[in-house]
Ligand binder design. Structure first.
Ligand SMILES: NC(=O)c1ccc[n+]([C@@H]2O[C@H](COP(=O)([O-])OP(=O)(O)OC[C@H]3O[C@@H](n4cnc5c(N)ncnc54)[C@H](O)[C@@H]3O)[C@@H](O)[C@H]2O)c1
Length: 335
């Protein structure tokens, strides 16, 4: 089997490549990535000489490059995206061109080349926000209600994928995953931002009251779920992917990280809230459970492992945090 992964140099994409090469020794995998600020080939140093793995630098918005790379591929797993909500509020243009136009180009080429399976890695954020203090959860049949430029672009892209499914029989599946954490996550995202700030002796910036509830999932569980959808998912269907129903708010999560690093509430700095900050995400993953999936990795244990990974890989994140990232950090969080 020959897979092409878009965005394989990013956080989840690189974890997926590691997962796949380990689990399926006879498969070949192409990583098609434009290496934006979020793409980092250091995430894949250990497999770069593996004969089953090939990296192609390319932009999903470039039809010619996409067609060349996809020729001879069986399965396309589409991760590539501008993925950071905070950035999307100030630079929506990149989110529209990569997330929407790039996805439409992938659909067009996938149809032309008769790709056997196109999987789109979507986010639960397309469903908007749930009220605090309720038991409601996102389900596949809920209507989209994106509330920021990132989720709006991810929702728009899905409409194009569905259009290609209906008009051109694109053999697609879709998954909506909750917030991921684990190794190789860019330190602009909450968990690695907080861990690395504390390791640098800085405070952690907490948006608003910190009572934003998320359903954190260890990245390997996400990879397992995509694997299962590729194997057993029904074409045209979508699947929610969520954690072990242990919703925690940002303040509780931060306190777990502070404790793991021997720090206290004194290391929290409350800052002005993000506009339209979604209050609560929670996922009903009953549909994918029927295919045989449930999350295996517990938050507390794997958060501890993740903290250890960032402690042991300071060179990796220090390089990522320098340069362009510094300008972005100052713009969003101030000096
Ligand atoms: N991180 C999460 O918690 C989460 C949860 C659910 C869904 N998702 C989705 O999973 C996917 C991967 O997320 P992530 O956190 O790994 O993102 P990431 O930002 O770490 O990685 C994105 C990758 O896409 C590449 N890329 C960006 N624009 C490109 C383009 N025009 N052409 C080719 N490559 C391009 C980047 O170089 C980078 O390697 C995204 O589609 C995201 O919406 C993420």
């Amino acid at each position: 089997m020959k897979l092409l992964v878009t965005g394989g140099a990013g956080f989840i994409g690189s974890n997926f490549i590691h997962y796949w090469l380990e689990k399926y020794p006879n498969d070949k995998i192409i990583n098609f990535d434009f290496l934006t600020y979020a793409g980092n080939l250091e995430n894949l140093l250990d497999v770069e000489r593996d004969k089953r793995y090939k990296f192609i630098k390319g932009d999903i918005r470039n039809k010619h490059d996409v067609e060349k790379a996809l020729t001879g591929v069986d399965i396309l797993v589409h991760f590539a995206a501008e993925s950071h909500v905070d950035r999307s509020l100030y630079a929506a243009g990149d989110f529209i061109t990569t997330n929407v136009l790039g996805t439409q180009i992938l659909c067009e080429v996938a149809v032309k080349l008769k790709i056997k399976h196109f999987h789109y890695v979507n986010t639960d954020e397309v469903f908007g926000a749930l009220p605090l203090g309720t038991k409601t959860k996102f389900r596949e049949d809920m209507k989209f209600d994106p509330r920021n430029q990132y989720s709006a672009s991810k929702a728009s892209a899905e409409h194009f994928i569905r259009a290609y499914y209906h008009t051109h029989n694109l053999p697609m599946t879709i998954s909506y995953c909750t917030n991921n954490f684990g190794p190789y996550q860019h330190p602009e995202k909450l968990i690695p931002l907080f861990i690395t700030n504390l390791l640098e002796g800085k405070k952690v910036p907490m948006y608003g009251d910190g009572l934003y509830v998320r359903d954190w999932l260890y990245v390997k569980d996400h990879c397992r779920a995509i694997d299962l959808v590729l194997k057993k998912g029904i074409v045209g269907e979508s699947y929610m992917i969520g954690a072990q129903h242990k919703e925690v708010n940002n303040l509780e999560l931060t306190r777990k990280i502070l404790k793991l690093l021997g720090k206290s509430d004194k290391d929290i700095e409350h800052i002005k809230d993000r506009p339209a900050h979604d209050r609560r995400y929670a996922v009903d993953w009953g549909k994918i459970a029927k295919l045989g999936w449930k999350p295996q990795y517990d938050l507390d244990h794997w958060l501890d492992k993740t903290v250890t990974w960032y402690k042991n890989n300071q060179n990796w994140w220090m390089r990522v945090k320098s340069g362009e990232y510094k300008k972005y950090y100052t713009k969003v969080y101030g000096k």
